[in-house]
Design a protein around this ligand. Structure first.
Ligand SMILES: Nc1ncnc2c1ncn2[C@@H]1O[C@H](COP(=O)(O)OP(=O)(O)OP(=O)(O)O)[C@@H](O)[C@H]1O
Length: 570
């Protein structure tokens, strides 16, 4: 069927498959290069089980090896992931390269692998089979993108701290993408082995890692068809070279390297981002929501009850946090009851952000104890578990997912109130669409609530500063929090915008949300809050109704009357 081109066509598909094993970790913001090791283990171990004759009905024996190779790759990734998943960036890359090298040396010295001479195998992989497997992968990644786990990958890639405060279990999400990468690399290993007919340890060396990475990066990891484009492009380089009569061996690596450089410098989203750009330009109407979009009559997901008015939401007893010799927060006692709007004010460096970081689980206290929504402060598990208890927050310095749109950012916020959809999306089950629509509906409500409905498809990075603050609030609201912590939400807003924000906060409290507002805009705090706490040098120096606190001489001395803060005075 592909007379004369079988090799080229199969190589293109196999390269695409290899690139997907890099794509899935890049999607979650990780640079792993251990795929050569997973592929090697998958390939060698599958040779122990793949029969030497066709299966019943003439099916390719490699079909037996595929699940084995995938299971081996996934298991190896899981075992390796346990120690290395705590590493980031270049350290993760180095650790995974070391793993691949260890596997290569083991295979080189083992007897059953035939050492450097390698193993001779039958060719059981046809172009049709290779492309069939690649098509399944493309389909799976297409369905993955707008699913709940796909959004979690994107959130972890864009900002791990923000992702965890939306309830995304960052460690688990990173491990999931790593194990998926191992499974796909194992799959590649099996197909590669039964295509080239002879495998040796050197086939799974550094150049294989680089090839896979280059294809994934050149194709682009923000769009599901990136590896497909990348492999088509890179595989064609030697063909074009041959057609042009350029036989020199250095041309291929040179062109590949140059291409990688051009993409990194000029096209960080890879070749597939051009397609995405053209798609956006050609479309007159705004692009659709990342999932199927809500339909008339869509209900938001089932949301848990908020705590009844006046029940304790937060209790702190003598809580403190030291950084070396700095007492960022010292001996703070605080109680917050459902329905309250608590303002926290104080000069720069007073400890406000450290206090909320302890409450939201991003920082562990060094002294004292406390409970937030029934969860012990500083308990193991991290910020995503605090979020699961019902705490949601914004950050002093915006932590938006810059490359995601307004709606996509807010959809990540629905993580805790939506259901996993990936497997059901693969099977095209109507319940997956219904659940996605519910999540979109929940997200849209929050986007509307903060006044960003007309910008829901704009990437977060392109919003004005004030709109970014609003988007952070929408994203925090999407999880239907019992306690909403707003860290300087009015920073950069003008008086009108701040007044609108104040109105929004009051309406949220009227709906039963308990709010903690850290703000330097004292007018706004006094207008909005039911109670105010003043921090100075990490300690509470005043607490009570806004007007009482505002006239406290100690507060005037420490904060309100001090010109050095440069803040608005009462
Ligand atoms: N990670 C850290 N390591 C060392 N010191 C820190 C750290 N985080 C905060 N601090 C110190 O703790 C103190 C309190 O800082 P924090 O950011 O909580 O104050 P803040 O009231 O939020 O200030 P601002 O209004 O400027 O945001 C400051 O002295 C700060 O330098």
């Amino acid at each position: 069927m592909f007379a004369g081109y079988e090799s080229l066509i199969t190589t293109m598909a196999l390269t695409g498959i290899l690139a997907f094993s890099f794509h899935v970790v890049l999607m979650a913001g990780q640079l792993s290069l251990g795929q050569a090791g997973f592929a090697s283990l998958g390939a060698y171990i599958s040779t122990l089980v793949v029969p030497e004759t066709p299966l019943f009905g003439g099916l390719s024996p490699v079909l037996v090896g595929i699940p084995v190779g995938m299971a081996v790759g996934a298991t190896a990734a899981f075992v390796l992931g346990l120690p290395v998943m705590r590493l980031r960036g270049v350290f993760l890359a180095i650790a995974t390269i070391a793993f691949a090298e260890v596997v290569r040396i083991l295979m080189l010295n083992a007897e059953w692998t035939n050492g450097a001479r390698g193993l001779r195998l039958e060719r059981w992989v046809t172009p049709e089979l290779a492309w069939f497997v690649l098509a399944i992968l493309v389909y799976a990644f297409w369905r993955l993108g707008p699913s709940r786990i796909g959004r979690a990958f994107a959130a972890v890639r864009e900002d791990e701290v923000a992702a965890s405060s939306m309830g995304v279990d960052v460690a688990r999400t990173r491990m999931t993408s790593f194990v998926a990468s191992g499974a796909i690399a194992g799959l590649y290993g099996v197909l590669f082995a039964y295509f080239v007919r002879r495998i040796g340890p050197s086939d799974f060396g550094f150049s294989m890692m680089l090839d896979g990475l280059v294809v994934a990066v050149v194709g682009g990891f923000l769009v599901f068809f990136g590896p497909l484009l990348g492999s088509a492009f890179i595989t064609m380089v030697p063909e074009v070279q041959r057609a042009a009569g350029l036989e020199a061996g250095w041309i291929h690596p040179f062109v590949t390297g140059a291409l990688l450089l051009v993409v990194i410098l000029l096209l960080p989203g890879g070749l597939s981002s051009i397609a995405g750009y053209l798609h956006g330009r050609l479309r007159r109407s705004p692009p659709p929501a990342p999932s199927t979009g809500p339909r008339a009559g869509n209900e938001p997901p089932e949301l848990p009850e908020l705590p009844a008015a006046d029940t304790p939401v937060l209790t702190l007893n003598g809580v403190g946090k030291d950084y070396g010799g700095v007492h960022a927060v010292h001996d703070v006692d605080l109680e917050l009851r459902a329905g309250e709007i608590l303002g926290v004010i104080g000069p720069n460096g007073a400890g406000k952000t450290t206090l909320v970081n302890m409450i939201s689980g991003h920082v562990a206290p060094t002294s004292g104890d406390g409970h937030v929504l029934g969860r012990k402060l500083g308990a193991a598990g991290g910020a995503h578990r605090v979020a699961r208890a019902g705490v949601s927050r914004t950050f002093q310095h915006s932590k938006l997912f810059d490359r995601l749109s307004v709606l996509e950012n807010t959809l990540v916020g629905t993580h805790l109130v939506s259901k996993p959809t990936f497997v059901r999306r693969l099977l095209w089950l109507p319940s997956a669409r219904r659940d996605e629509n519910r999540a979109v509906s929940q997200a849209r409500r929050q986007v509307q609530r903060v006044g960003l409905a007309d910008r829901e498809h704009v990437p977060a990075a392109q919003l004005s500063y004030g709109d970014q603050r609003r988007l952070e609030i929408a994203r925090a609201l999407a999880s239907h929090p019992s306690l909403l912590i707003l860290d300087e939400p009015a920073a950069g807003m003008n008086r009108v915008e701040a007044a609108e924000l104040s109105e929004l906060i009051r309406s949220l409290a009227a709906d039963g949300v308990t709010i903690m507002l850290i703000e330097h805009n004292v007018h706004m705090v006094l207008d909005t809050c039911t109670r105010v706490v003043v921090l100075n040098f990490g300690e509470v120096i005043a607490s009570g109704p806004p007007q009482v606190v505002a006239s406290d001489p100690q507060v005037i001395e420490a904060y309100l009357g001090s010109d050095e803060t440069g803040r608005e005075h009462v």
